[in-house]
Design a protein around this ligand. Structure first.
Ligand SMILES: C[S@@+](CC[C@H](N)C(=O)[O-])C[C@H]1O[C@@H](n2cnc3c(N)ncnc32)[C@H](O)[C@@H]1O
Length: 185
């Protein structure tokens, strides 16, 4: 094999390794990477209906498909929480080109460490097992009237106030249903 063929092979392996890391690297934390489309993000924002006075927390913000759009379109304060350093860096670079960038705070860390008590709206697009794990935290921390809007995977056992295709919108505390109290007991 000549040098050019070896270089091409190494480049192909490098590219493959990058793709595997980028899309699947955060599986262990609660979801791999799959960006929400503009159409679905619009639907999530429409159902959550955040205002410029609201604090929005974007759990597993990825590269900012939802969080940056909310700040731009609704003028809300946004806290975007992302565990993957590469995606957080892309999000940070994208934030710099936004005119409303001062409204967006990026938290590089685990969403399970984020306090949700001040949030008016929380967005998420995470794996089903992570949704189940998130449920008791949401029931402990979301204040009355806060909305939780998720793409694709619902919170098991909760009752949405609205759905639109793959989007589920919940409002605390009604969403945890009759007879359920904080903590889901
Ligand atoms: C399916 S992607 C959704 C990205 C973005 N919210 C969107 O809708 O386009 C899930 C994101 O959650 C992040 N994530 C997974 N587990 C996390 C955790 N425990 N804490 C923070 N972010 C997490 C992943 O790194 C990934 O960027």
């Amino acid at each position: 094999m000549d040098a050019a063929a070896i270089a091409a092979l190494l480049a192909a392996f490098g590219g493959l390794a990058f793709i595997v890391y980028f899309f699947f690297g955060s599986f262990a934390h609660g979801a791999g990477y799959e960006p929400t489309s503009a159409r679905v993000a619009e639907e999530m924002i429409r159902l959550a209906n955040p205002s410029s006075a609201d604090l929005v927390i974007d759990l597993g913000a990825g590269t900012g498909e939802i969080g940056l759009r909310v700040a731009r379109e609704r003028g809300s304060r946004v806290r975007a929480v992302e565990i993957d350093p590469l995606r957080a860096a892309i999000l940070s670079a994208r934030r710099r080109s936004e005119s409303d960038r001062q409204r967006v705070t990026i938290v590089r860390g685990d969403l399970f460490d984020e306090d949700l008590a001040e949030a008016d709206v929380v967005f998420a697009f995470l794996w089903p097992s992570t949704m189940a794990r998130l449920r008791p935290k949401l029931e402990r921390e979301l204040r009355s009237g806060a909305r939780f809007v998720t793409h694709y995977h619902p919170i098991p056992g909760w009752v949405p106030y609205a759905t639109a295709g793959p989007v589920y919108a919940y409002r605390a505390p009604e969403c945890w249903g009759p007879g359920l109290t904080r903590g889901g007991t």
